[in-house]
Design a binder for this molecule. Structure first.
Ligand code: SAH
Ligand code: SF4
Ligand code: F3S
Length: 477
């Protein structure tokens, strides 16, 4: 058996891409290893969204230099967004890398690895066309994603699966590299998405997570019928076996009434919306070219909460973007206080070469100020997340069990028969940890919550009729 080491950074798109590449290489007789020393092939699936994500990969590559000298037929490959962005620069910085493959060429990985193994020495580069490197159709085609038939054994759990419904992005927020590395926005046809969901359900998958950079902007005309995103949700709801439908990431402007209505009315739709605001100041949103104002965001947020009082809304924020004053930053703090997000991902602005912001807007907030603002916002969000989770004390929630908890994995208590700490999620995407046993993985169980911190609910499986002390939070089960 040949051994594959794969390391993935970045967003869910990359997790899905890695899953598909691993599946393809398993067919070629590979098995996974956790050690780069042992591996015949080492692959990095990379992200360019922030400098830090790139630095991490370049240092990991640096550590492989000696290993490659000792074992010259070890194949080293760099895939994903940084491969598309840096291309031959990767060979210059790490000359022992054998293959560089963009996100649109991942179907070629097995062949490229095979070639690298049989004819060592040559460097192979396969990437998509740049946004201005040809006719629109050719550019689009070159970015088409890799969505082959699925193999349930390749997923962390066979009960959950990502389903890509949209690739690329055309929003061009000024700070963001994604439109240039993932190419033009393209929606996958509903017939393909539905066929994939049916196949997944047939293999025992219970939860699908629809993926797109602005997933709720998905639309597609097929056989003369114009589909909106909400139509796709209704159609997916009909797929037998699928119990939960989630989608990330939503774009605030496209959170239209029909989408909210579908989430509210469809029992299988998770009451969870990831709708990044990015900032609390209109001036910053304008510089970011996000295409909405704080008043627009607030209106969307209030509408969602009015229609679904228990919906969980989460956000992303950038601190220290070009020109951000203390007053601007305080407006982000105010927005977080007002919206009380379930949680937020907070990022220090990282200038990305080739973006509009890098060309036109100075990266003028000092790093220590970025760091301080990051910590302040994080502390506020954590306090809100904890208070929000405390509401669940004493409540009974429905948990789709995903597998052993992180603590159980760390303690090496996986694979046996006995009791085990398990983790899963509620319909509103809250993480729940409880004692259970391996055969409960994949089931949806009632769990009574007895403790909560900012990130996790702790509970016990309810095995008998729930007593009066257990009440149910509306929409949370
Ligand atoms: N399509 C999604 C986000 C994709 S990138 C959306 O529009 O919401 C994930 C997150 O990374 C973004 O939401 C943003 O908060 C952050 N991000 C993107 N570019 C960044 C940059 N240059 N510096 C810091 N954070 C960035
Ligand atoms: Fe980047 Fe904006 Fe597209 Fe999100 S919507 S991927 S932040 S350009
Ligand atoms: Fe990173 Fe590419 Fe995703 S840049 S955030 S891995 S689309």
């Amino acid at each position: 058996m040949k051994k594959l080491y794969i390391e993935t950074v970045g967003c869910q798109m990359n997790l899905l891409d890695s899953e598909l590449v691993v599946a393809a290489l398993r067919k070629e007789g590979y098995e996974l290893t956790g050690s780069t020393d042992e591996a015949d092939t080492v692959l990095f699936n990379t992200c360019s969204v922030r400098q830090h994500a790139e630095d991490k990969i370049y240092s990991a590559l640096g550590r492989l230099k000696d290993a490659k000298r000792a074992m010259p037929d070890k194949v080293i490959g760099v895939m994903g967004c940084m491969a598309q962005k840096d291309q031959r620069l990767i060979f210059r910085r790490a000359p022992y890398v054998d293959i560089v493959v963009g996100p649109g060429q991942l179907h070629q990985v097995p062949q490229l690895v095979r070639e690298a193994r049989s004819k060592p020495g040559g460097q192979r580069l396969e990437v998509s066309l740049g946004r201005t490197d040809g006719k629109a159709d050719a550019i689009k085609r070159s970015h088409e994603s890799f969505d082959p038939l699925r193999d349930p054994t390749m997923r962390p759990t066979p009960f959950q699966a990502y389903v890509r419904i949209q690739i690329g992005c055309d929003k061009f927020c000024t700070y963001c590299i994604v439109p240039s590395v993932r190419g033009p926005e393209q929606s996958r046809p509903p017939s393909q998405v539905l066929a994939e969901a049916r196949q997944l359900a047939g293999e025992g998958c219970k939860e699908v997570v629809l993926l797109g950079q602005t997933v709720n902007s998905w639309r597609h005309t097929e056989d003369g019928r114009a589909w909106r995103f909400s139509d796709l949700l209704y159609a997916l709801h009909e797929v037998d076996g699928i119990e939960r439908i989630k989608f990330v990431t939503s774009y605030p402007k496209d959170m239209t009434d029909d989408v909210l209505r579908a989430v509210r009315d469809l029992p299988k739709a998770c009451k969870y919306l990831h709708v990044p605001a990015q900032h609390g100041s209109d001036e910053q949103l304008r510089r970011m070219k996000r295409g909405y104002t704080i008043a627009d965001y607030r209106e969307m947020h209030d509408r969602a909460k009015r229609w679904m009082p228990d919906v969980a809304i989460t956000s992303d924020f950038i601190v220290g973007f070009s020109g951000e004053t203390e007053g601007d930053f305080q407006q982000t703090m105010d927005l977080v206080r007002e919206c009380r997000f379930k949680n937020s991902f907070i990022f220090k602005y990282s200038e990305r070469p080739g973006t509009k912001a890098a060309d036109r807007l100075p990266d003028d907030v000092p790093d220590e100020v970025k760091r301080r603002r990051n910590n302040e916002l994080l502390a506020l969000q954590n306090q809100i997340s904890e208070e929000d989770n405390q509401r669940f004390l004493g409540a009974r929630v429905g948990v789709l069990v995903e597998g052993p908890s992180k603590a159980a994995v760390k303690a090496g208590r996986v694979g046996g028969e006995g009791p085990l700490q398990l983790t899963g999620r509620t319909m509103c995407d809250r993480i729940v940890v409880f004692e259970g046993n391996p055969r409960q993985i994949g089931q949806t169980l009632p769990v009574a919550v007895y403790d909560a911190n900012a990130h996790t609910l702790f509970g016990e499986v309810v095995t008998e009729h729930a007593g009066p002390e257990l009440f149910q939070l509306a929409g949370s089960a």
